[in-house]
Design a protein around this ligand. Structure first.
Ligand code: FAD
Ligand code: DLZ
Ligand code: SF4
Length: 513
């Protein structure tokens, strides 16, 4: 009688070495990882993103092999590679007479659907397993907010803190206060030199050459002999250690600050490692809490709470929103915006310094921090009336950590208000005032932050008013923006007309800004 054989698929963002699958070596189980064009080509990815995934997948496969597991690894340019998960799986099952197929639940709706379809095509028994990564279940947020009209992140965050006993004293928040946002978010003082980021010197020349030989269309640049991102669990843990030791003491304080003097400031840059599951959110949260317990004199509670909120609050909340609102969410366009993304989003060649800096570092490092994504690139795209599909395509490609479940929820939900207010209660837009308050970008800009109209007037200023004027029907009764409309309505008609004219001029010449 032939021995039963199981084939288990591991996707590029499922590199969880702590998964129960790997607890025992089972000679009847074969694991498979594959580099496929369906994944490299669904967006124009940053070269560092494709390299990051491939390097991490290859190292993970190697580690599994070293632990005694049987692993198949299909490289991008292998002649037998059929370049999509389903086709490769069908071929493997047929060629090697596997009697069972198992996969880990994908984080992306698109791939989840593909897996269900594949299981329908296979004639052998199939099973889907949890990735054992997140704090919450896919449908936990849906259940938590059942019957509610608004999905407030803070409520979900408190639920997560209570459920998982994180920073709690019984059923009360440790220290008596849930949220310390009020103490955070300061501009960097003049002369402050931020900590130099920890970067790795991974040699990925071979992978880059293979991607290029395959003709994969990518964006951005890479130093192939010195790839800076962590590509295995050990490096991810080193990154985490660096963060809790060096950056956490100032994380909250400068969380929203932006500067020409540093590209990651006191941020953790742990999103890639977490999103591909080389480390778990629980490990990250525990490491931060542990460090605070060891060095309470160095790490104030507001810094710790602000960081923990990002992980068990925002990250889990966004995942829950995704599974609650997909697939419709990915097509939402509340404002019915239609404009194209300005060409300089792909080159960084603009005279607007805030955009030049934020896009420039994204092209060089495949990274920008949250406020650069939200209040510079996202803000401008929303003010310019760019179609959310265009915005999505950019964000999905450019960042090393970009995966649909967390990209689309942040882009359509948080940044573009394309969902009409499920994630945010008001659109995140601003004039130059906010950007100047939080950065040193305006000081060396071609445009004048204080000017609203005329030569060299900062485009954010007129586009801001144009946005609110254009969407008065949809936003006019939103209580969160009443102050804005009160100011707008009180403005002299001549001044309003000038502002709108200036905005139209900029929108017409958007590629030249
Ligand atoms: P830190 O500032 O150090 O925060 C720690 C961790 O908290 C992050 O690693 C991340 O896992 C989590 N986190 C913080 N904010 C969020 C959030 N809003 N949603 C989910 N998790 C959060 N994050 C992604 O991981 N992938 C994306 O594709 C992505 N696209 C974004 C697009 C837009 C328009 C915006 C506004 C935000 C996006 N974010 C995305 C969220 C956030 O900007 C990044 O998680 C963060 O910048 C990653 O850098 P970091 O690890 O240094 O984060
Ligand atoms: C992002 C990405 C890229 C560029 N390439 C691959 C790949 O070749 N093989 C793979 O398994 N995963 C890749 N990924 C990550 C996937 O897009 C991600 O694993 C799934 O979409 C998860 O739903
Ligand atoms: Fe950006 Fe305007 Fe400031 Fe220039 S002046 S950096 S365009 S906000």
């Amino acid at each position: 009688m032939s021995q039963k054989k199981t084939l288990r698929l591991i996707l590029g963002d499922q590199l969880n070495s702590g998964h129960s699958w790997f607890r025992q070596v089972d000679p009847h189980v074969t694991y498979v990882l594959m580099e496929v064009r369906s994944e490299t080509d669904y967006a124009a990815h940053h070269i560092q993103k494709v390299v990051g995934f491939f390097a991490a997948m290859r190292q993970f496969a190697q580690q599994l092999r070293e632990a005694g597991h049987s692993v198949l690894y299909i490289k991008l340019n292998e002649p037998t590679n059929l370049q999509c998960f389903a086709k490769n799986m069908l071929k493997l099952v047929a060629d090697h007479s596997y009697s069972r197929f198992e996969y880990l639940l994908p984080d992306e709706y698109r791939v989840d659907e593909k897996m269900k379809e594949l299981c329908g095509q296979l004639t052998i028994p199939t099973a889907a397993c949890d990735t054992e990564h997140f704090y919450s279940e896919r449908d936990e947020l849906s259940k938590f907010f059942a019957g509610k009209k608004t999905f407030v992140m803070e409520s979900f965050y408190r639920h997560m803190r209570k459920k998982h006993g994180v920073l709690m004293d019984g059923d009360k928040p440790l220290t008596g206060q849930w949220n310390y946002d009020g103490d955070n978010r300061k501009k960097l003082p003049a002369g402050h030199i931020p900590v130099a980021p920890l970067v790795f010197g991974n040699d990925v020349t071979e992978i880059v050459a293979e991607i290029q030989a395959a003709g994969v269309k990518t964006i951005g640049t890479i130093e192939a002999a010195n790839f800076l991102w962590p590509v295995n669990r050990a490096q991810s843990l080193e990154m985490l250690r660096f963060f809790v030791r060096t950056c956490l003491p100032l994380f909250g304080t400068y969380q929203d600050a932006m500067t020409t003097g540093g590209w990651s400031l006191y941020h953790s840059r742990i999103s890639f490692s977490m999103n591909v599951k080389m480390i778990s959110p629980k490990e990250v949260v525990d490491a931060a809490i542990n460090e605070w317990q060891q060095r309470p004199e160095a790490i104030a509670f507001n810094q710790l709470e602000g960081f923990v909120r990002q992980i068990i609050g925002w990250r889990e909340y966004m995942r829950g929103i995704y599974w609650h609102a997909m697939p419709g969410f990915a097509n939402s366009n509340y404002f019915e915006h239609t404009a194209m993304l300005p060409e300089w989003y792909w080159t960084g060649k603009t005279k607007m310094n805030c955009l030049k800096q934020s896009i420039g570092q994204s092209l060089t490092h495949a990274y920008a921090h949250h406020i650069q994504r939200l209040m510079v690139t996202g803000n401008f795209a929303l003010l310019a009336g760019v179609h959310p599909d265009e915005v999505d395509a950019w964000y999905l490609g450019i960042y090393i950590d970009a995966l649909d479940w967390v990209e689309v929820t942040n882009t359509r939900g948080m940044s573009q208000f394309a969902d009409g207010g499920l994630v945010g209660t008001k659109p995140y837009v601003s004039s130059a005032t906010y950007i100047d308050k939080m950065s040193n970008y305006c000081g060396s800009c071609y445009y004048n932050k204080a000017k609203k109209t005329g030569d060299k007037a900062c485009p954010f200023n007129s586009l801001y008013w144009n946005f609110f004027d254009r969407h008065e029907k949809k936003l006019g009764s939103n209580i969160r923006v009443q102050m804005v409309y009160n100011t707008w309505r009180k403005m002299q008609p001549d001044h309003k007309a000038e502002l709108l004219e200036q905005a139209q001029h900029y929108l017409k010449h958007i590629n030249e800004l």
